[in-house]
Design a protein around this ligand. Structure first.
Ligand code: ZN
Length: 225
């Protein structure tokens, strides 16, 4: 508990003003909470030894296999189910592919050399977007697609944060989907505790999700609150 408090305090040094939320309570204990994130500021980085598994996606396939801690894998499975549900409500079908930019990667947090990144514990994923196949004729004919789709979204298409999220541009169906997904993820701290997106420096092209021992949300900037 004490170590977790210290970690939360250490994390406060790295969070921007927009961050909000208290450290997780004991009821939300997570398997990696007690692992120290502190590392020497200089020299070769040795990441904490943790179990890692390969995950290729359950509800949605990944374009590249994820290498993550088993506890984080469970969070990914739940996230895929949520992403599939949000996609169906916007586009009438779930994505065929989740495009990810990185999972396990033994490195320090940029600008904070005394802390190992959650990627270094297999406790994080960077999601760049989703690919959709053409709408199945059966779904179309049965009228089961609640959303009204333009022709462009009846065929195959891709949704990417760097092209579609745009903080202040005109809203597109792709942007609406990504924003809705982000809001739904933010509303589910049982999925991920840290949710970063385009309003956070260096995240214009991906969502970063992790289960660090603290809460940090920065996707829409001041609109997060
Ligand atoms: Zn990341």
């Amino acid at each position: 508990m004490r170590r977790r408090t210290l970690l939360a305090l250490a994390a406060c040094a790295v969070v921007p003003k927009e961050a909000h939320g208290a450290p997780p309570s004991d009821e939300d204990a997570y398997e990696l909470d007690e692992v120290s994130r502190s590392v020497p500021r200089h020299g070769e980085l040795v990441c904490p030894k943790v179990d890692l598994v390969t995950h290729r996606g359950a509800a949605i396939r990944y374009d590249g296999a994820a290498v993550v801690h088993p506890a984080f894998r469970l969070r990914l499975v739940a996230f895929e189910a949520l992403a599939a549900e949000v996609a169906v409500s916007h586009f009438g079908r779930k994505p065929t592919k989740l495009v990810q930019l990185g999972t396990f990667n033994c490195r320090r947090i940029g600008g904070y050399p005394e802390l190992v990144s959650e990627h270094g514990l297999g406790n994080a994923i960077d999601v760049a977007g989703f690919d959709f196949a053409p709408l199945p004729p059966s779904a179309d004919a049965a009228g089961t697609t609640s959303p009204k789709l333009d022709r462009r979204h009846l065929g195959a298409f891709a949704v990417r944060l760097d092209r579609h999220f745009k903080l202040d541009a005109r809203r597109s169906p792709e942007s609406a989907f990504l924003r809705d997904l982000a809001r739904r993820v933010i509303a589910r701290p049982d999925l991920f505790r840290v949710v970063l997106g385009p309003s956070y420096p260096g995240h214009h092209n991906h969502f970063h999700f992790d289960c660090a021992p603290y809460r940090l949300v920065d996707v829409f900037g001041s609109a997060d609150a």
